[in-house]
Design a binder for this molecule. Structure first.
Ligand code: FES
Length: 109
């Protein structure tokens, strides 16, 4: 398994987060100003669903204790004590694809 189609770009509106199932893997897709990112579905702090989070520019905020991350790199911002892991993502022919072959990391960019 390598690059897998997760959804259509139209499935996730700007500044929204949406979970998708790829086999037995749940992937959170984010649309930040028309740029797409993909993450594991739960906050690294106490596993709150990040689909409930908020996008502001390139910052993702978990609603429970307001940890924040740089959406492009997973780097910690306000309050966060752990980086946010992310998948490698590309957009092709109107679809969002995620590389499931690579290990999750927080510095793909
Ligand atoms: S559970 Fe997300 S910041 Fe605490």
């Amino acid at each position: 398994m390598s690059w897998q189609r997760v959804c259509a770009v139209d499935d996730v509106d700007e500044e929204e987060l949406h979970e998708f199932e790829i086999g037995d893997i749940t992937i959170l897709v984010a649309n930040a100003g028309g740029e797409f990112f993909a993450y594991p579905p739960f906050c690294p702090h106490q596993e709150t669903p990040l689909s409930l989070g908020m996008i502001d520019g390139d910052t993702l905020t978990c609603i429970k204790h307001l940890w924040q991350w740089n959406m492009k790199t997973g780097d910690m911002r306000e309050n966060a004590e752990s980086p946010l892991l992310l998948y490698e993502v590309k957009v092709e022919d109107g679809a969002v694809l995620v590389n499931l072959e690579k290990e999750l990391r927080y510095d793909y960019q």
